[in-house]
Design a protein around this ligand. Structure first.
Ligand SMILES: NC(=O)c1ccc[n+]([C@@H]2O[C@H](COP(=O)([O-])OP(=O)(O)OC[C@H]3O[C@@H](n4cnc5c(N)ncnc54)[C@H](OP(=O)(O)O)[C@@H]3O)[C@@H](O)[C@H]2O)c1
Length: 320
């Protein structure tokens, strides 16, 4: 039976993914995600789904009302020169994704705290070494940069394992909120440094903005505690990759887990692949499902149409 609901055409704009394939609809879906060359009438396009769109990507759609990221980050959309000022930008806010993120962060904290990399190296050499004694979690401070949808769940999961957690956010919340037990919040422009200076393990889950680009650099690492470890799962452009190598090779930092890179995928001869103190994962700290992304796109667009604030609305001025 064919549906009487008209199909909404959403244009997919990405230089890196074939979003039309990724978001291929089921048979009875009222939404069609199409490549630019498949658009029947550019004037009828009101919604775009985007991830790293090319510079002129939005030019062809004079009636575009809303651009949705396929994920939490919107940096590549906001940086796109053809994005018009009056276009609403939304993101995905997926609590299940935040749960995945929290699990990944918790795993990485344990990886560094318990020196799991040493056991794996020992196993390869058939070495039974029980000499390492981990500190009690309560005397280990884990810093989390970012206290949004992702950072909050990460902080709670890490605090639940008994670690002391200090987090950095941008602004002091206007609504007083309960901070979970074991979590201390620092806010303001210097919060990231305050947190970095205390952390034995530092988890970065900030958005990429004009303020946060290149923050994980030589000076930043020098402010971190000697022997601290870094879990980098925000955006590749947060970090000067050579500066991480220097901090590890000098012995100032003890290890790093890197999920996001300046160029993805990194070149096959990128030094992180084979560095003994770095764990590389392929931007998979968390994930969301195409069905959930589309559900949220439609929810956001319905809100926009009805004059309500879309739940995934991005503050274009703040950049996240
Ligand atoms: N590796 C992965 O698989 C993966 C998956 C999802 C997301 N991410 C990355 O994670 C980022 C965050 O996601 P989210 O959903 O948690 O975003 P969000 O809900 O928008 O939260 C962003 C947080 O960062 C804080 N912040 C922004 N600029 C800051 C600054 N200069 N100093 C200190 N804190 C600052 C914000 O402070 P306020 O609360 O005060 O506004 C907020 O707490 C995404 O943008 C994306 O880059 C990575």
């Amino acid at each position: 039976m064919t549906s009487s609901v008209p199909t909404i055409e959403i244009v997919a704009l990405s230089q890196t993914f074939d979003l039309a394939q990724l978001f291929a609809p089921g048979e009875d879906q009222a939404v069609r995600v199409v490549r630019p060359e498949e658009v029947s009438n550019p004037e009828r396009i009101e919604i775009a789904l985007a991830w790293r769109p090319e510079g002129k990507a939005f030019d062809a759609y004079p009636n575009l009302k809303m651009v949705s990221s396929i994920a939490a980050g919107v940096d590549s959309i906001l940086a796109c020169p053809s994005l018009r000022q009056d276009t609403v930008v939304t993101r995905v806010r997926d609590h299940s994704q935040a749960d995945l993120m929290a699990g990944f962060a918790a795993f990485q904290v344990i990886w560094h705290h318990r020196r799991m990399g040493d056991y794996i190296a020992n196993q390869a050499r058939h070495v039974w070494d029980r000499s390492f004694r981990p500190q009690a979690p309560g005397s280990v401070t884990v810093g989390v940069l970012g206290y949004g949808l992702m950072g909050r769940k990460c902080a709670m999961a890490i605090a639940a394992m008994g670690f002391r957690v200090v987090v950095a956010r941008n602004s002091v919340s206007v609504v007083s909120e309960v901070v979970p037990d074991g979590v201390e919040v620092f806010a303001g422009p210097d919060a990231i440094h305050t947190v970095a200076a205390q952390a034995d393990i530092l988890v970065n889950i900030l958005p990429l903005t004009d303020t946060t680009r290149d923050i994980l650099d030589h000076d930043f690492f020098a402010r971190m505690r000697k022997g601290a470890a870094l879990v980098q799962m925000g955006r590749g452009e947060h970090m000067i990759e050579d500066d991480l190598l220097s901090a590890l090779d000098s012995g100032h930092l003890s290890g790093a887990s890197v999920d996001v890179f300046r160029q993805e995928p990194p070149e096959v001869d990128h030094p992180f692949w084979s560095h003994p103190k770095i764990m590389v994962t392929p931007h998979k700290a968390s994930d969301t499902s195409p069905a959930e992304v589309l559900r949220q796109v439609l929810e956001n667009f319905a809100a926009l149409r009805e004059g309500r604030l879309p739940p995934g609305l991005v503050n274009r001025e703040a950049g996240y």
